[in-house]
Design a protein around this ligand. Structure first.
Ligand code: HEC
Ligand code: HEC
Length: 325
């Protein structure tokens, strides 16, 4: 009996030492935690103020009441794009949120979402269907931004999805994005929507082994200004290292242009990957690597992603973001 108690004590001590040595238990995303921001804040760290609100380059000025009464995301720059279908700009029947709310009327995307402009319509439809069926998930089950897209995919009707897909597919590929190699970035904290908000009090912090993707003007992004640039702060040397990975294909030895085509502008089932936000690209590469993204067309890309380390994913994402689409 004493011996059993002693060995149980030993097991507890060993377990305690293990937890102390390893810290929090590893999750499928521990090695790339920065690409899966999760926090508590619901404010975006930004208040739109009492209004009226206007945007540089836009002819619109809206009062607070007009903003609150809008039936969809405000279209600040209608000259940018053809008239959007209801699925994109609203109002949408059946409770689906209009796509522009999270992807912008120009399809450039906001922090935490993805750019859609110029992606093939069939690819857009296939991916939304995969979110709906559960074949495309996040490697971190609780990731809030992916959960939003899954919710939308379950709510949107097939005809609304088809209209939205043709709209985004016909838009020019945007590049509201710049990559800055730097040892430091603005100090941020993750919010409840999977964005990085400026930390209260401002200041800077080390980039370390992360990419820090932020809106250059969070209050305006929050109000649906899809001209606000995203900045990717990446570790010094990441762009050159990423270029080598893209050219050689990493561990799988399959150069990316072999499938994604010249200029990485997309070819057949492989969508464009040049000039896309690093946060999205890193997250989806990791989802492919772990198999959480397992849509019907994913297999060839899962094989490539499994040959990439977390550092490779970061550097390749930095390089791809730096390219003109
Ligand atoms: C409430 C926010 C929200 C709305 C509304 C929304 N999306 Fe998304 N969407 C997202 C987020 C966030 C992601 C990225 C998910 C991730 O990184 O895991 C995403 C990703 C996608 C992707 C994957 C892109 C790729 O390159 O594979 C497609 C396609 C897409 N959305 C299409 C749409 C369409 C079409 C609509 C409108 C019918 C729409 N979305 C509406 C938030 C939204
Ligand atoms: C063997 C062909 C092949 C090679 C080589 C390849 N890809 Fe892909 N890639 C694909 C296909 C096909 C898809 C679409 C997957 C799907 O439908 O889910 C894809 C999707 C992607 C996506 C997701 C795009 C989105 O819109 O979500 C990224 C990012 C990506 N590839 C990056 C890369 C990088 C970086 C390399 C080189 C290291 C690479 N690919 C090499 C075939 C390939």
């Amino acid at each position: 009996m004493g011996c059993v108690l002693r060995s149980m004590g030993l097991i507890l001590i060993v377990a305690a030492l293990f937890v102390a040595a390893c810290g929090r238990p590893a999750t499928p995303t521990s090695d790339l935690a920065w690409a899966y921001p999760q926090g508590e804040s619901t404010t975006f760290g930004a208040s739109p103020g009492p209004g009226p609100v206007s945007m540089p380059g836009s002819a619109l000025t809206l009062s607070r009441q007009q903003l609150d009464a809008a039936t969809g995301p405000v279209d600040w720059f209608p000259q940018d794009h053809p008239p959007p279908p209801a699925a994109v700009g609203g109002p949408v029947l059946g409770g689906a949120t209009p796509c522009a709310e999270c992807h912008g009327y120009n399809g450039a995307g906001y922090p935490g979402s993805a750019d859609l402009a110029g992606l093939p319509a069939a690819y857009i439809i296939a991916q939304v269907n995969a979110f709906r069926t559960g074949q495309r998930r996040s490697a971190l089950a609780t990731q809030p931004n992916t959960a939003e897209m899954i919710k939308l995919a379950r709510a949107v009707s097939p005809s609304a999805l088809a209209a939205a897909a043709s709209y985004f597919a016909a838009l020019p590929r945007p590049h509201w994005l710049r990559v800055v190699e730097s040892a430091t970035a603005p100090r941020t904290r993750p919010d409840k929507y999977g964005w990085l908000d400026p930390a209260p009090g401002g200041g800077t912090e080390a980039v370390g082994d992360r990419i820090v993707e932020v809106s250059d003007d969070l209050p305006r992004s929050f109000l649906g200004n899809d001209h606000v640039m995203l900045t990717d702060y990446v570790p010094p040397g990441a762009v050159a290292r990423g270029r080598r990975i893209v050219e050689t294909g990493g561990g799988a030895g399959a150069p990316c242009s072999g499938c994604h085509g010249q200029g990485l502008a997309g070819l057949g089932p492989a969508p464009p990957i040049a000039g896309r936000p690093a946060g999205y690209v890193a997250r989806t590469l990791w989802d492919l690597r772990t198999g959480a993204r397992n849509d019907p067309g994913a297999a060839p890309m899962q094989a490539v992603a499994r040959g990439l380390t977390a550092a490779d994913v970061r550097d390749a994402s930095a390089y791809l973001a730096s390219l003109k689409p």
